[in-house]
Write a protein that binds this ligand. Structure first.
Ligand SMILES: NC(=O)C1=CN([C@@H]2O[C@H](COP(=O)(O)OP(=O)(O)OC[C@H]3O[C@@H](n4cnc5c(N)ncnc54)[C@H](OP(=O)(O)O)[C@@H]3O)[C@@H](O)[C@H]2O)[C@@H](O)CC1
Ligand SMILES: Nc1ncnc2c1ncn2[C@@H]1O[C@H](COP(=O)(O)OP(=O)(O)OP(=O)(O)O)[C@@H](O)[C@H]1O
Ligand SMILES: [Mg+2]
Length: 347
C-alpha cells in the first residue's frame, strides 16, 4: 500500500512538472522562476541553458577573413571619462578592441583625454564632452560608428549629462545600438523616457544601479527574493529594453525571456570589471544585430550578445584570479580576454 501510494505521488509530481513545463514553454519566464523555486531545478536548468546560449553566441561571431577591410568587424564609441574617472572609459574601449572590434573611440571631457591617450596608443580619443558643441562633435562621428557604450567614468556633472542626453537622442534617431552603463544609468534613472521602448538599448546595472532604476521606473523597492521577476518587470516597464543585472549570477531579460549567466568567476571584486563587460558588449551587440535572429535561433540578438559579454567577463575574472589571486585587477582581466574568448567561443 505504502509503495503504491508513493508511486502514485511520484506520478502526480511528474504530471505537475510536465504540466508546468508545458505552460512554461507557452508563457515563458515568470513560470520559469515559479518552477525553479518550487522544484529547485535552477542548477539543472541553467547549466543546460548556459551551454545552449553559448552556442548561440558562437553563431554570431563573424569569421576572420582576409577579404575584410579595417572597420568591418566593428567601430565602437565609448561616451565617458571625466576629470575623476579615466580608467573606466579606457577599460571599456580597450575591451572592445580586445574582443575584436577594429576601431575604438572614446568621447570624453577635455581633462580626461590626455590621460586616456597616454594609457594607450590604440584608442582614438576625442576631448569633446564638455564642449558647447559636444552633441554636434559626436554626431559627426555617428554615421561611422556601429555601437555606443554610454556612461563608464562619465561622472554626474549636469552639463556633461545634458550633452549625453543629446548624444543619446541623436543615436536613437540613427538607430545606433547603445549599451548604457554606470553614470549613463544615473541619467536614465532621472529620465527613463530617454530610452523608453528603444529596442536597440541594453542597460547593464550593478546592484546599486538596478535598485535606483527600478525605484525610478516602477516606483517601489526591488523584491530581493525575486531577482528574475524584478529584471523582467523593469525590462517590460521600459518597453522591452534589454536589462542585464550584474551580480553573483547575472540575470538578463528583454521582458519576454530571462537568461541566467553563472559562468564561474572568482570572489575578487576589483573596480572596472563592469567596464570590461560594457565595452565587450558594445562589439557583441553589433555582431549579434548583423547576424540577425536566424543565427540566434529566434532568441533576441541583444540577449545573446549580453549573455556572451557576461560569460566572457566572468571567464576573464576566473583566469586572472588563477594567476594573480587577491592581487587581480581589471588590467589582469583584460590581458585574459583573448584566451577567455577562445576558450568559450572558439571551441
Ligand atoms: N578606474 C575607474 O576609473 C573606475 C571608475 N568607475 C566609475 O565610477 C563611477 C561610479 O560608479 P559606481 O559603480 O561606483 O557607482 P555608484 O552607483 O555610485 O555605486 C557605488 C556604490 O554602490 C554600492 N554597491 C555597489 N555594488 C554593490 C553591491 N553588489 N551590493 C551592495 N552595494 C553595492 C557601494 O556602496 P558602499 O558599499 O560603498 O556603501 C558603492 O560605493 C562611474 O562613472 C563608474 O564608471 C567604475 O567603473 C570603477 C572603475
Ligand atoms: N558576487 C559576484 N560573484 C561573481 N561575479 C560577480 C559578482 N558580482 C559581480 N560579478 C561579475 O562582475 C562583473 C562586473 O559586475 P559588477 O557588479 O562588479 O559591476 P560594476 O559595479 O558596474 O563594476 P565597475 O567597478 O566596473 O563599475 C560582471 O560580469 C558580474 O557578473
Ligand atoms: Mg560600473
Amino acid at each position: 500500500m505504502v509503495t503504491r501510494a508513493g508511486a502514485g505521488a511520484a506520478v502526480a509530481a511528474t504530471a505537475v512538472v510536465a504540466l508546468l513545463s508545458a505552460a512554461l514553454a507557452l508563457y515563458g519566464p515568470p513560470l520559469d522562476s515559479v518552477l525553479e523555486r518550487a522544484f529547485s531545478l535552477r542548477k539543472v536548468h541553467s547549466v543546460k541553458d548556459m551551454e545552449n546560449t553559448l552556442q548561440l553566441v558562437r553563431n554570431i561571431i563573424p569569421p576572420l577573413s582576409s577579404t575584410k577591410h579595417k572597420g568591418q568587424d566593428g567601430r565602437i564609441g565609448v561616451v565617458g571619462g571625466c576629470q575623476e574617472y579615466t580608467g573606466a572609459p579606457y577599460f571599456a574601449a580597450i575591451s572592445a578592441l580586445k574582443v575584436g572590434a577594429d576601431l575604438s573611440h572614446v568621447f570624453c571631457a577635455s581633462a580626461a583625454a590626455p590621460v586616456i591617450k597616454a594609457y594607450s596608443p590604440e584608442l582614438i580619443v576625442h576631448p569633446v564632452l564638455d564642449s558647447p558643441n559636444a552633441v554636434h562633435e559626436v554626431e559627426k562621428w555617428l554615421p561611422r560608428l556601429h555601437a555606443l557604450v554610454v556612461g563608464p567614468g562619465l561622472g554626474r556633472d549636469d552639463a556633461l549629462l545634458r550633452n549625453v542626453q543629446g548624444i543619446l537622442e541623436a543615436s536613437k534617431a540613427r538607430d545606433i545600438p547603445v549599451v548604457i552603463d554606470a553614470d549613463g544609468l544615473w541619467l536614465v534613472a532621472q529620465q527613463p523616457a530617454l530610452i523608453q521602448g528603444y529596442q536597440k538599448a541594453v542597460l547593464t546595472p550593478n546592484h546599486m544601479e538596478f535598485s535606483r532604476l527600478y525605484d525610478a521606473v516602477l516606483r517601489g523597492p526591488v523584491d530581493s527574493d525575486d531577482r528574475h521577476g524584478s529584471v523582467l518587470r523593469l525590462s517590460r516597464a521600459l518597453g522591452n529594453v534589454t536589462v542585464v543585472q550584474k551580480g553573483e549570477r547575472d540575470i538578463l531579460s528583454n521582458g519576454q525571456q530571462v537568461l541566467v549567466c553563472s559562468q564561474e568567476g572568482s570572489s575578487r571584486r576589483c573596480g572596472g570589471q563592469g567596464d570590461l563587460l560594457s565595452g565587450s558588449l558594445g562589439v557583441l551587440v553589433h555582431w549579434a544585430l548583423l547576424a540577425g535572429p536566424e543565427k540566434t535561433n529566434g532568441s533576441s540578438p541583444l540577449l545573446v550578445a549580453a549573455f556572451g559579454a557576461c560569460s566572457l567577463t566572468r571567464q576573464c575574472n576566473h583566469q586572472a584570479f588563477q594567476k594573480h589571486g587577491r592581487s587581480t585587477t581589471t588590467s589582469d582581466m583584460i590581458a585574459e580576454v583573448g584566451a577567455a574568448f577562445s576558450k568559450l567561443f572558439e571551441t
